[in-house]
Design a protein. Structure first.
Length: 134
């Protein structure tokens, strides 16, 4: 499958107006031409970010619900990762959380570029031969 991998930082940038970023805008534009892939954990990670934003009074609970509903209408395919070992190896090698390593592992596994705003992922991706969006 052609496309690209997105992480939660990109998805949250689409949903939270005070977190807009050029890289996220470019990734969103690509959705008109291709599908985005993400580990299944994307939905939980984005939900958590939205709940933290709600608790900090940045958004209302209705905005959190609407944000997740809006995100689910986009061409994003949730994918399992085949190898826990790959995730742990990447996390160890690059000082990533296992969550972030899952996005990188998916990009490596599917040989797709990665869209992220996470500095550690931006640094790790080229070292693993993964192109970055933006």
């Amino acid at each position: 499958m052609s496309g690209f991998v997105i992480d939660a930082s990109i998805a949250c940038s689409w949903l939270l107006p005070d977190e807009r970023a050029i890289v996220a805008d470019r990734a969103f534009e690509r959705l008109h031409l291709s599908t985005a892939l993400a580990p299944v954990l994307l939905w939980y990670e984005v939900g958590n970010v939205l709940m933290m934003a709600r608790r900090r009074k940045r958004i209302h609970i209705e905005q959190a619900r609407e944000g997740l509903q809006k995100l689910r209408t986009l061409p994003i395919v949730a994918c399992p990762i085949a190898s826990d070992d790959t995730i742990l190896t990447l996390a160890d090698r690059h000082g990533l959380t296992a969550y972030d390593a899952a996005y990188l592992a998916l990009a490596i596994e599917r040989q797709l570029p990665l869209a992220t705003l996470d500095r550690q992922l931006v640094a790790a991706a080229p070292l693993e031969g993964v192109a970055l969006i933006g």
